[in-house]
Design a protein around this ligand. Structure first.
Ligand SMILES: [Zn+2]
Length: 142
């Protein structure tokens, strides 16, 4: 690790350390491949890698995997937020033979010692063969 991580972010996990997304595999065998530029095979795999990118402060991965139509021009992560745990609640579509998919998840975090949770149904679509994040499912926003 030659470049220091942004403040509040751990950078990259140590070799063999479990992936932040909670799948149970070492980081390099899980989301690490996608953060390094490999295409995620499913919407859920992409969603997990985006959670991991939030946890590690990898803004480049977040922007690269965002639908160009909805992608913000720039993205600043809150350095006070520590992402602690991801729970994938449900998925629909998003497989190798689908063009769209939805992943419902809970992302648990702490900010200045207080617990919080982000709940979202994320929409994904295949763009030029790659899965990209489109945005939260508007139908489910309260
Ligand atoms: Zn992972």
């Amino acid at each position: 690790m030659s470049t220091p991580a942004p403040p509040g972010h751990p950078g990259r996990p140590a070799p063999g350390a479990p992936c932040p997304c909670g799948w149970g595999e070492p980081f390099e065998d899980c989301c690490g491949r996608y953060l390094a530029g490999a295409d995620a095979p499913t919407a859920e795999a992409l969603m997990r890698s985006r959670y991991t990118a939030f946890a590690l402060g990898d803004v480049a991965h977040l922007l690269r995997t965002w639908d160009p139509a909805t992608r913000p021009r720039e993205l600043e992560l809150d350095p006070q937020v520590r992402w602690r745990r991801l729970v994938v609640v449900a998925t629909s579509g998003g497989g190798p033979f689908d063009d769209t998919g939805t992943v419902a998840f809970e992302a648990h975090h702490r900010r200045e010692g207080r617990r919080g949770v982000q709940v979202e149904d994320s929409r994904f679509a295949r763009s030029a063969g790659r899965w990209v994040y489109v945005g939260p499912d508007a139908d489910r926003l309260a």
